[in-house]
Design a protein around this ligand. Structure first.
Ligand code: ATP
Ligand code: MG
Length: 497
């Protein structure tokens, strides 16, 4: 009996596959890292073939681990690292490595577009801003820099896609994407729901290379790669999928995912607003008769969160596993006045300063590794406070509690610090893999495996709740210190260049 849904979670650092049962419990999973390619400082690439091969292998491993076969699978859902850009030809061969979302090579191009006064146009139509983060400038870079690419694109020989498109193409041969991924390209009008000719023109992207945009939940096609025909029935960018997996279906509900970076999204329903310091993005688009039913979200993107813990482990060598950060930080009552601003790749929301760089402030003779570990966890929480302050100011909604997930949300101390610094309840669900779970829900809702959103909401279970315990005076004092520290790192790389 088909009593499982298979989620493919294609992340930045690894490919994962998880099988979920009707209750939303993970019953089998597999994970494979793949190579991070850094051809030059600031450049980050992935081999699309490695992405596909690791993803396919984890799907088969997850089935094996759950002692299941394709007969047990009702549907396949896909979620993915967003913005990462692939171009391939009609034979399915990539013309170059994928340019990863973290890649900064198109910063000069963004600056050029900004100088032409185009930022307001991009913001108004895409909900984004001109930052190398998004796909559009990466597409242009590939067309301009890979030999013969532009001519081949003009003659209809090439296809562009984000990672969801690439996986669906390999699974089914279709060239499609969904609303959530389209909304990260800088090419898609998120309010009119169409590729925007003017923006395509500004970026020199021929419309013929674009995928068709489909609902996030809906049967796209069947794949026969698992020994039996299975419907590929859901797509969502990882952060939007996590919002869905957290069952944040009502406007005003928000989640923060602590992974490599941290991404806080608030459901704003059908409100077609843009923001000054945050992104507006499509949370999901569900099929609904003639015109799909689109829900929007405000997003605060923090580029470095769990990656700062990896830095403690891999560069400073003061812990040997990410989980050890908790024990080490708990060995001291506070950070002893130390602040770490992990602006390793500049600052994302709400500061948007690509020239900021990381710094450690407040060192005294007594500062030790435990204080550094604690300051790192505090930095993750402070960055989240900055983003939530902006989200509340923009949306006019005051959060009563924050739902959290992602790998670093396993850290109890981090979540207690978060509750203390935010002054709100922080709630951790039983399933931390909400990204994969969201993709499973999108697919399973399309095939009737789950009947409706209410069923998903019923599946959401609380694991633990963290309540603020810090006196407000102390919190304000610490937060003021953080704000001063952030101001000091801004503009650093241009000042020091
Ligand atoms: N106990 C812990 N305490 C603090 N940080 C942790 C802990 N466990 C994991 N992390 C951090 O969480 C991150 C991994 O989380 P997760 O797997 O959700 O990342 P991700 O962003 O989804 O990865 P990808 O980008 O590949 O999808 C790592 O950066 C790691 O340092
Ligand atoms: Mg992930």
């Amino acid at each position: 009996m088909a009593d499982l849904v298979l989620a493919l979670d294609q992340g930045t650092s690894s490919s994962r596959a998880i099988l979920f049962d009707h209750g939303g419990n993970a019953v089998g999973s597999a994970q494979k890292p793949f190579e991070q390619i850094y051809p030059r400082p600031g450049w980050v690439e992935h081999d699309p073939e490695a992405i596909w091969q690791t993803q396919l292998a984890t799907a088969k491993d997850a089935l094996r681990q759950a002692k299941a076969t394709a007969d047990d699978v009702a549907a396949i859902g896909i979620t993915n690292q967003r913005e990462t850009t692939v171009i391939w030809d009609r034979g399915g061969r990539p013309i170059a490595n994928a340019i990863v979302w973290q890649d900064r090579r198109t910063a000069p191009l963004c600056e050029e577009l900004r100088k032409k006064g185009l930022e307001p146009l991009f913001r108004e139509r895409t909900g984004l801003l001109l930052d190398p983060y998004f796909s559009g400038t990466k597409v242009k870079w590939l067309l301009d820099n890979v030999d013969g690419a532009r001519a081949r694109a003009d003659s209809g020989d090439l296809m562009f896609g984000t990672i969801d498109s690439w996986l669906v193409y390999r699974l089914t041969g279709l060239h499609v994407t969904d609303y959530t991924n389209a909304s990260r390209t800088l090419l898609y009008n998120i309010f009119d729901l169409r590729w925007d000719e003017e923006l395509l023109g500004a970026l020199g992207v021929p419309p013929g290379i674009l995928p068709a945009v489909r609902a996030s939940s809906g049967v796209l096609a069947e794949t026969s790669l698992f020994g039996k025909s299975l419907p590929v029935a859901g797509i969502g960018g990882d952060q939007q999928a996590a919002l869905f997996g957290q069952a944040a279906f009502e406007p005003g509900m928000a989640k923060n995912t602590y992974g490599t970076g941290a991404f806080c999204l608030m459901n704003i329903g059908e409100r077609k607003v843009t923001s000054k310091n945050l992104l507006t993005t499509i949370a999901w688009g569900l099929s609904a008769g003639a015109r799909d039913d689109v829900t929007y979200a405000l997003e605060g993107s923090i580029f470095i969160a769990g990656a700062a813990v990896q830095w403690l482990r891999d560069e400073l060598g003061i812990i040997s596993t990410a989980a050890e950060s908790q024990e080490l930080a708990m060995s001291v009552p506070d950070s002893n006045g130390v602040y770490i601003v992990p602006a390793f790749v500049g600052l994302g929301a709400p500061h948007w300063d690509p020239t900021a760089r990381g710094a450690i402030f407040g060192l005294t003779r007594g500062a030790n590794r435990a204080h550094l570990a604690r300051a790192t966890l505090e930095a993750i929480a402070f960055q989240t406070c900055d983003v939530i302050e902006a989200i509340e100011a923009d949306s006019g909604v005051t959060l009563s509690e924050l739902r959290v997930d992602g790998g670093a949300a396993a850290n109890d101390l981090l979540l207690q610090i978060q509750a203390d610094l935010l002054g709100r309840e922080v709630v951790r669900p039983a399933v931390l893999e909400t990204t994969a779970l969201g993709a499973a829900y999108l697919a399973g809702l399309a095939t009737g495996f789950w009947k409706n959103a209410a069923e998903v909401t019923r599946n959401w279970r609380e694991d633990r709740r963290f309540s603020p315990q810090m006196p407000a005076g102390r919190r304000d004092e610490m937060y003021a210190g953080w704000k001063t520290a952030v101001e000091r790192v801004k503009g650093w790389s241009s000042a020091s260049a």
